[in-house]
Design a binder for this molecule. Structure first.
Ligand SMILES: Nc1nc2c(c(=O)[nH]1)N[C@H]1C(S)=C(S)[C@@H](COP(=O)(O)O)O[C@H]1N2
Ligand SMILES: [Mo]
Length: 312
C-alpha cells in the first residue's frame, strides 16, 4: 500500500525494505549490472555511503535508480531531460568546498569532508515534485541543513539563506548558452532552512550523489517545487533580505520565491492539481498533487497567516 505522507511512527523504512535491489537497478538491467547502469547514465561506480534510516522517510516506493539518473533538470548541462545524464561527467566534483559567509559567526571555506562531518548522514526517502507537474520518490542521503547553520552560527538579524551553484562554463556546456544568468542561485527563508525536513544531500540509493543529480552536494526541500532544490552548491550566504533567485528573476510571474507545492495555485500555463508519476507508464492515471507535497503536518505552520496565492 502506498502512503502519501511521511511515516512518523514505528521503524522508519529504508529503500532496502521497500525496493528489492533487482527492482531499483531496473528489472532488465540487473544481470548486466554495472556496465548496463553506466550505459543508462548512472555513470561510473560510486562509493557506498552508510546512513541511518529516518522517521521522516515516506514508505512510498522509490523510483528506480535508472529513472532518477536519466530524467533530470540540470540546465548547466542542457535543456533536455537526458542532457544531464550525457554531460554531467564533464564536471569535476573533487576537490570541493563550500564558502559560507554573510551574516554568520564563523564564515569560511569548508571542505566537503568537513561539511559532511557536521551531522550523522541519514537516508531520507522523500517525495519530489517538479513545477512541471511530474514527480518521483527519491531515497536521498544527507543531513539537516539546520545542523550546518547551527555550526556556523546565524547572526541575529539573518532572515534568509542564499545558495549558489558551481560556475564553470568550461565544464558545464549549458553555461556557455544564453538564457540563464549563471550561476544558478536559490534561497530560503531562515526558518524554512532550519526546518528538519530541509537537507543537504550527498548521495542517493546508498551511494555518492550521481553528477546529474547535483554532485557532490545539493539542497533538498521536499515540500517545494524541485527548482528550489539547487544542485552542486559551492556557496551559502546568510542575509537579511530576500536573495534574488534564478527562476523568479527569469519569469517572476511564473515562478515565485516560495514555490511551495500547492494544488490550488496553478502555474499560469498549466494546472498544478495533479501530477505525472515518472515510471508509471503511459496509461497510468495522473495522481492528485498534495498540499505542500504531502508534508503539510511538518511545514504548514511556517506560512500561517500568509496569502499563499500572493506568495506563490
Ligand atoms: N544548479 C541547478 N540546480 C537545479 C536545477 C538546475 O537546472 N541547476 N534544476 C532544478 C529543477 S527544475 C529540478 S526539478 C531539480 C531536479 O533534480 P533531479 O534531477 O535530481 O531530480 O533540480 C533543481 N536544481
Ligand atoms: Mo523542476
Amino acid at each position: 500500500m502506498r502512503r502519501t505522507v511521511p511515516t512518523k511512527s514505528g521503524r522508519a523504512p529504508s529503500w532496502a525494505d521497500v525496493t528489492p535491489r533487482a527492482d531499483f537497478l531496473g528489472r532488465r538491467e540487473v544481470i548486466a549490472g554495472a556496465a548496463a547502469l553506466a550505459a543508462l547514465g548512472a555513470g561510473p561506480a560510486r562509493a557506498k555511503i552508510a546512513a541511518q534510516a529516518s522517521a521522516f522517510s515516506t514508505d512510498a516506493t522509490p523510483n528506480t535508480l535508472e529513472e532518477i539518473t536519466s530524467y533530470n533538470n540540470f540546465y548547466e548541462f542542457g535543456w533536455d531531460k537526458s542532457d544531464p545524464m550525457k554531460n554531467a561527467h564533464l564536471m569535476k566534483a573533487d576537490p570541493w568546498a563550500i564558502e559560507i559567509g554573510g551574516m554568520v559567526e564563523r564564515p569560511g571555506t569548508y571542505d566537503l569532508a568537513d561539511i559532511l562531518a557536521t551531522a550523522p548522514l541519514e537516508e531520507r526517502i522523500y517525495r519530489f515534485r517538479c513545477v512541471e507537474a511530474w514527480s518521483m520518490v527519491i531515497p536521498w542521503i544527507g543531513f539537516p541543513l539546520a545542523a550546518l547553520i547551527d555550526r556556523v552560527g546565524a547572526q541575529p538579524g539573518a532572515k534568509y539563506v542564499a545558495f549558489t551553484t558551481l560556475l564553470r562554463p568550461n565544464e558545464m556546456p549549458g553555461q556557455r548558452a544564453p538564457g540563464i544568468d549563471w550561476p544558478y542561485v536559490e534561497g530560503l527563508r531562515l526558518d524554512e532552512a532550519m526546518n528538519p525536513l530541509t537537507i543537504l544531500a550527498s548521495g542517493l540509493y546508498g551511494e555518492e550523489m550521481p553528477k546529474q543529480n547535483g554532485a557532490p552536494i545539493r539542497l533538498v526541500v521536499p515540500w517545494k517545487y524541485g527548482f528550489k532544490s539547487i544542485k552542486s552548491v559551492v556557496k551559502i550566504t546568510l542575509t537579511d533580505k530576500e536573495p534574488p533567485t534564478t527562476w523568479k528573476t527569469l519569469q517572476p510571474r511564473e515562478y515565485g520565491f516560495y514555490a511551495n507545492v500547492n494544488p490550488e495555485v496553478d502555474h499560469p500555463r498549466w494546472s498544478q492539481a495533479t501530477e505525472r508519476k515518472i515510471g508509471g507508464g503511459i496509461f497510468a492515471a495522473r495522481e492528485p498533487t498534495l498540499m505542500f507535497n504531502g508534508y503539510a503536518d511538518q511545514v504548514a505552520g511556517l506560512y500561517s497567516g500568509m496569502d499563499l496565492r500572493a506568495n506563490y
